[in-house]
Each structure stands twice: as C-alpha cells, then as structure tokens.
Write a protein that binds this ligand. Sequence first.
Ligand SMILES: [Zn+2]
Length: 334
Amino acid sequence: MPVKIDTVIKMMNQYFNESTAESWDNTGLVCGDINAEVTNVITCVDITKDVLTTAQTQGANLIIAHHPLAMKPFLPITPYTAKGSLIWQAVKHDIALYCAHTNVDIAEKGLCYQGARKLGLTNIVSYGTDRTYKKLILTYPGTLEEEVHDLLEEFGALSPVTVAYGDKNRTEATIAEERCNNLANRLHRLAVDINIYTLDNARSDLFSFALGDITPSDAETFVERVKDIFDLKTVHIGGNLNKQIRKVAFCSGAGKSFLPQVIRSGADAYVTGDIGHHDFQTAYEAGILLVDATHYGTEKPFSTMIKQLLIDEIPELNERVFSLCQNDYFSTYK
Ligand SMILES: [Zn+2]
C-alpha cells in the first residue's frame, strides 16, 4: 500500500512529539509535499550535499535527519548560501526534509535512553529535567478558536482541551515556563482572558540525561567499554581517573550544560559530547569521571534507530529505508 510522507511524520510524532522539542530548537518539516507518496527514505544525522546525492541515487524522496539545518527558520532560500543550497536542491528534486532533534534526544525511547541502554545501564531514570510547566486557562469568544489553537500549537503547548459554553470557549493547556510569557503576550493581543498557574511537577518523563547503575569497574575499564560500544577509536577523558564507576549519566550530543545536575545526581561518570576545558576542570574539582565520546559518536545511533522504528511501525517501508553512517567532521591527530 502506498505510504504518504504525512503518515511517516505522524508516526514520528507519536514517539517524538515535536512540541516537546526545546524552545530554541527547529524540529519538524523543512520542505516537501506531505501528501506525496514515499518512494524510499534516508535516515541520517546531518543533511549534507552527499546525503542529498545519495537520496537521488537511492530514489528516496524523504530524508529524516537529526540535526536541523539552522536553529531558527531562515529566509530567503537561495542556491547561493550553504544551507539554502541544500534546501534548494531538495525542493528541485522533490525530496522532503524532516528534522527530529531535541524531541528525539529527550523522548522515552529516544537517544539518551537508548544510549544508556547500549552502555549497559540498569535502573535507568530520566534526570535533570528542570523544565517547569505552567497551566493556562483561557476564556475567549468562540470565533477566535482557530487563532487561539494556532498560537498554542506555534508555542508547543501540550494537551489543549477546549470546551464551548454559549458563545465562549474555555481552553486548558500546559506550556513550558520559558515560553509562557511570549505566548501570553500574543494571546493578550487577541483579547483572550488568561489565568496562569504554576505546576509543581517538572516533566520527569523527559530525558535531559539518563542516569543508571552499571556493573562496578575501574575508570579505565569503563572508558574502554564506552569506546567499544560507540565504536570510537579515541575519546577524551578528564576529571577523576581513579574513580570506581557504579553510577553513570549519559546525554547524547552536547550535554555539558547538564554537568552541574549530573554532579548533584551522584553519578560517578558522565558520558556526552562537545566537552571543553572548563568542563573537565569542573569534573576534576567535583571528583567525577568525564568522558567526551564526541557529539557525533553519541548521536550516530539515530540513523539505525529511526530506520528500525519506521520498518516496525510501517511495514510497507521494509527494504525502502537506508540509514547512512556519516563520518565525523574531525579526528584526533596522533
Ligand atoms: Zn546533536
């Protein structure tokens, strides 16, 4: 049976809801006709010229990538800029581009969780999600329903429920605290009556990083395990190199902003990518082992993970999904 691109995107949203992406992120459809039938699909971490060429040779009209081309939507799209030319080429060849980024990192079955499982962690818990949410109760004329719902969607509000009474509507929704003020300003311009309540519960089901137990080992054995599991020739390590490793935190991609929370969590080791001088210094002072398994190294499982999900959920795509193994953009010179 033919499968529409829209069907694939809806399935992705069931597992990795776009509204759970970080506010600074640019997850979702970049370009393409969602009503077109899928020919073949490419899954990859980064959209590059090589990926587009491969899509053409494989007859793929959908590319599902992890990284957005830019964190903010950008215009104009012309063939004369680095990122614009990729979109230009995709549109010219009827290839849809779809990015699933931080919503995949933090999801229940996402990259943080899967990475923690690959490392052999047990008793895995989501951790470090200090995102707090606000509850909104909106009252407004029923004629504004579409505009209000469009705004809620634009700001990634969760679970909107609307009840009509007379000529008025009452809508309840949940919104990440950092987006609440901007949304409220836009709603005020529509003359919507707004009540805002603080929710105590942070979204503990989302993984800023995963924390779990591991069979105790010394630091060297643990680092060798990380290299093996993520298939890396080298890793950068720092902090306490004599630490006994029992509890491990993992964050795919660039997770250094979570280092203070990782230290407070009681982890003996933290594995992530894009670690810098001051992060290793912080780990040293805190007495934990810090392993930089590189940004790409910790995210490259994305391609095979999404391929498997597509085949499991949409069997018609069996043998029509190609996961690309890309090279890192840098290596260690010995
Ligand atoms: Zn990344």
